[in-house]
Design a protein around this ligand. Structure first.
Ligand code: SAM
Length: 293
């Protein structure tokens, strides 16, 4: 059953766009959702209730924001496009628990802004239909910030969702998988057809559910060195781990000896390919490399 007040119906969206003379900016990844059932499913997947504070990235005209505001304690939404600020003030006027922040989310000091906006110390979840041109930077901005995000329910290109939720040994598994799964458990929740957006994107979309691990997936002695290693291991996709390591760390004898000893200590065959190593194995190798440096 459709709620007539929903922003996300095709007719209401059209009406809002016309009223404000709004035209889409492709460069800002503007593809708005026009299907209330998908929005309900997103909010349900996030388990949003009045004991949750939500951060949304890119509210657009408020389609998802409205659904979040109905369930959450408070919603903080970052929108970069100045033309949408008066539109949101209009469409979300009945939701006093929403704060729209006119800011590039990548420039936001997340712990500081949330402290300013959220009146109660409740678990924070990120729920968003992400602008696809900066999906990865946004994900990393949240994961690497000091803000303790409990869960993220985010829509992105299906291909990126596949990469983030991939298992070792699969084609999609790579340094992005590790960068995210180090902090969060990742599960592909559901696929979203192109037809529910205006304008329609060129690619399929998926909702990814990420739940923060109590501690990182592996214990590493040096996080920077661990992420450097995982990037290095995937540099040349069809080459062995050994070839990738000497490509990144150096081919001189001292480096080769260090790498050989580290691989031996971590009990990892240098002839394997990077994409077959689990997070645990990468952690072991990184710790051995640090210990033998
Ligand atoms: N949430 C709306 C929906 O589902 O219909 C709109 C989603 S649309 C895919 C992405 C939104 O992110 C747009 O409103 C766009 O202007 C905004 N955006 C793009 N880059 C941004 C950035 N760096 N910081 C904050 N918002 C951004």
């Amino acid at each position: 059953m459709k709620d007539n007040r929903d922003i996300a119906t095709p007719s209401k969206t059209k009406e809002i766009l016309q009223k404000h003379g709004f035209t889409f900016k492709k460069s800002l990844g503007q593809n708005f959702l026009t299907e209330p059932n998908i929005l309900r499913k997103i909010v349900e997947t996030g388990g949003i209730d009045d004991q949750t504070n939500v951060i949304e990235v890119g509210p657009g005209i408020g389609a998802l924001t409205e659904h979040l505001a109905r369930k959450a304690h408070q919603v903080l939404a970052f929108e970069i496009d100045d033309r949408l600020i008066p539109v949101l003030a209009d469409t979300l006027r009945d939701y006093p628990n929403v704060t729209v922040r006119h800011q590039d989310v990548l420039q936001a000091n997340l712990p500081q802004v949330t402290q300013e906006v959220f009146t109660e110390d409740l678990p924070i979840k990120v729920v968003a239909n992400l602008p696809y041109y900066i999906t990865t930077p946004i994900m990393m901005h949240f994961l690497e910030s000091e803000l303790a995000v409990a869960e993220m329910v985010v829509m992105m290109q299906k291909e990126v969702a596949d990469r983030i939720s991939a298992a070792p040994g699969t084609k999609a598994y790579g340094s992005l998988t590790i960068a995210v799964q180090y902090y969060m458990e990742a599960k592909l929740a559901f696929i979203v057809p192109k037809t529910v957006f205006v304008p329609q994107p060129n690619v399929d979309s998926a909702i990814l559910k990420l739940t923060r691990r109590p501690q990182p997936a592996v214990t590493v002695t040096n996080e920077k060195a661990f992420f450097k290693l995982t990037k290095a291991a995937f540099q040349l996709r069809r080459k062995t781990l050994w070839n990738n390591l000497i490509h990144s760390y150096g081919k001189d004898e001292a480096t080769k000896t260090w790498l050989t000893n580290s691989l031996e200590q971590a009990a990892i065959d240098p002839k394997r390919r990077g994409e077959t190593l689990s997070l645990e194995e990468f952690g072991r190798l990184s710790n051995a490399m640090e210990a033998l440096k």
